[in-house]
Design a protein around this ligand. Structure first.
Ligand SMILES: [Zn+2]
Length: 209
């Protein structure tokens, strides 16, 4: 689905986002079993993995990092993740938070991101608590937040279920931080995207936490 001009949302078990500008940027790569479906969705948009400039990984959970190794196999795309999360994406370290099991093939992270940094048009918002190095991405040009699992919109807007959060309190603090930002549209790791007035909705939620 083309949510905004140049913003394609591919919904599998978790959401993958494709941004189309003069460069092509992918946000998250789904579970491994959905890779074929995501590749087909990209093919319909005439996009091949080798055309991608950057693959951002919001966090190391299997439903966000699962397809990465397959995407990277035929692609010179740079893999970008928060500095803390990068070690888990590459499997240099074993992730110790829920769901505890990591099965994805380790993939080297080329770009180690820091909070506030802008890379390939996206501003990094460090949103730890769901995992240790979770991040969200802000596209200021489009007034778009790619939340990853810093927020959940499966049953209305809320936090992720705490059984999946490494630090529930920190997760809520990250939501409060997102509530200080301005964005019209938001894409979530799980649940329908929100178009128009999205940051006001996050502010409302933050007040209830
Ligand atoms: Zn997650």
């Amino acid at each position: 689905m083309e949510l905004l001009k140049g913003v394609h949302v591919i919904e599998s078990y978790a959401t993958t986002t494709l941004l189309v500008d003069d460069r092509l940027v992918l946000g998250d790569t789904g579970v491994e079993d959905d890779t074929r479906m995501i590749l087909d969705a990209l093919a319909k948009l005439r996009v091949k993995p080798r055309d991608l400039a950057t693959i951002f990984i919001t966090h190391t959970h299997p439903d966000h990092v699962g397809g990465l190794a397959t995407f990277k196999r035929d692609s010179p795309a740079k893999v970008a993740a928060h500095r803390i999360e990068a070690e888990y994406v590459s499997r240099a370290r074993t992730y110790d938070g829920p769901p505890r099991v990591q099965r994805h093939p380790g993939t080297v992270v080329d770009v180690l991101l820091e909070d506030g940094q802008v890379y390939d048009g996206l501003r990094v918002i460090f949103t730890p608590g769901h995992t240790r190095g979770s991040m969200s991405l802000l596209d200021e040009t489009r007034s778009l937040l790619i939340a990853g699992d810093a927020l959940n919109n499966e049953h209305g807007l809320g936090p992720m279920d705490d059984q999946f959060n490494v630090d529930p309190q920190q997760h809520r603090a990250s939501i409060k931080r997102l509530a200080t930002l301005q964005f019209d549209t938001a894409i979530f790791g799980h649940g329908a995207p929100m178009k128009g007035g999205a940051s006001a909705r996050v502010t409302e939620l933050a007040k209830r936490l």
